[in-house]
Design a protein around this ligand. Structure first.
Ligand code: ATP
Length: 194
């Protein structure tokens, strides 16, 4: 049976970058946030969003994700409503994806909100990626061409590192690529993957 390694961490910690180190080592990687984004474009999910949030989040029939994010960002009840549409759809998609990975002893399931969404319960092993707060802020400002305030408000929506680490089997410090890569190698050895 393929084992699920949940990979999480705060925004800008470098989850996707670390996931790529595992991919290079031959482990299949599922990026839940990317899949959620794709799923949000499907007709079925759009219809559900329209039912719950109305026409105002659509421009000429196309979902305006920024408008929707703006609505759910400051309203926990609305966020719950959106998550109740998206999370089960991602779960269903992941279930069929993992069926195609039968020959892999492990897969990586990367999600920013692994704990917040409850998906950690389906994982056999959990890894948290960390980096110093200021470094994370600077990485995201550079990557997303956004403001410090915007990054901080997104960070404040998520669990903190202490809480994540408490529930994790491994922690990968991603202060530099070298440090992160050697931590990945160590985990691969412990799990007898390499
Ligand atoms: P999010 O939660 O927003 O998806 P993330 O945790 O997946 O973020 P990444 O997208 O992997 O983070 O990394 C954020 C940015 O920091 C990217 O532009 C990435 O290239 C850069 N980065 C990540 N790790 C390092 C590193 N060790 N050295 C330099 N830059 C890095």
């Amino acid at each position: 049976m393929t084992k699920i390694i949940g990979l999480t961490g705060g925004i800008g910690s470098g989850k996707t970058t670390v996931a790529n180190h595992f991919r290079v080592a031959g482990i299949p990687v599922y990026i839940a946030d990317d899949e959620a984004r794709k799923i949000m474009q499907s007709d079925e999910i759009n219809a559900e969003i329209k039912k719950k949030f109305g026409d105002t989040v659509f421009d000429n029939g196309i979902l305006n994700r920024e408008k929707l994010s703006g609505i759910v960002f400051n309203d926990p009840e609305k966020l719950k409503l959106l998550n109740a549409i998206i999370h089960p759809a991602v779960k269903k998609h992941f279930s069929s994806w993992i069926l195609n990975q039968k020959n892999a002893p492990y897969i990586i399931y990367e999600a920013a909100i692994l704990f917040e969404s409850g998906s950690y319960k389906d994982c056999d092993i959990i890894i948290t990626v960390t980096a110093p707060l200021e470094l994370r802020i600077q990485r995201v400002i550079q990557r997303d061409k956004t403001t410090r305030e915007n990054v901080l408000s997104r960070i404040n929506m998520q669990w903190n590192d202490e809480k994540r680490i408490d529930k994790s089997d491994f922690v990968i410090e991603n202060d530099t690529t070298e440090i992160a890569k050697s931590a990945v190698d160590k985990i691969l050895k412990i799990l007898k993957i390499q």
